[in-house]
Design a protein around this ligand. Sequence first.
Ligand code: XIL
Length: 315
Amino acid sequence: GNGLRHRAHASGLKIGAAAQPTALAGNEGYRTVLSREFDSVTSENQLKWDIIEPSRGLFDWSSADALIGFAEANGQSVRGHTLVWHDALPGWLANGSFSPEELRNLLRDHIHAVVGRYKGRVDAWDVVNEAVADNGGRLRRSPWMDALGPGYIADALRWAHEADPAARLYINDYAVEAANMKSDALYNIAAGLRRDGVPLHGVGFQSHLALGADLTTLGANLRRFADLGLDVAITEMDVRLPLPATAAQHAEQADLYTRVLQACLAVERCVSYTVWGFTDRYSWVPYAYPGWGDACLFDGDYQPKPAYLQLRRML
Ligand code: XIL
């Protein structure tokens, strides 16, 4: 094989991609590139609560099963995304009126059910996603924070650990790549969890970047988390461009992809480098950021872009 996964293999670094259920089910070209290039896959949506339990007590595991089955058939490890988040909650949960005690039981049962079902088959879990608020470094308001207080993070990690003691458990967030107020807050949370003996094994840096992102402090930032005794991972990398993008912008995009890989390779405990979708055909970016796109390593026809070629040369 000659994909990114094979070139990175000697370094021990996993090269991953988030995968979309519809694409995986319906598109041969998509499956070919996903298996050829990547040795880790992340469930882009398949394991979110609204997909798994659309009505209370009615579970639909089909797309998660399909993704994990695909990964096993192709010798890929799996990053499970995500167990506790303020977003992608099913309506019955988001709009229901539950007491704090009921919410605590719902969350514990959810984590036990999902992690337990895939015990031994999911290598790493984004247990808590986007817990830190954007301004001021406080914890974000959410049904979990509002009802259970900050202790929900440690509880969630402990419940996940009960259900699969071998899984690597992460907290994951965005806009924490540089040393800044938000990453300081995340650092303090991680340090506190470690100090208290909570089963936290890693921190995920989403890395949804735009042109001009300042990466000067990325390396030092990754290292300070690693120095807590944690793995670190790039979990959701993409680099959005204003549409239509120019050749110069594609070159700048390639540099950002490469510099993040370089920073990860320089930190021994940086264990994986995952892109949030590998083809512009299915990227979330044009929906989340109207007027932006072209954010992935491959274009909509699975042709490699400069960013892909530059990553390949580096590995
Ligand atoms: C996004 C998916 O890519 C979209 O398909 C979905 O409609 C919304 O969620 N940070 C995260 C991911 O942690 O779960 C988000 O994924 C992107 C931002």
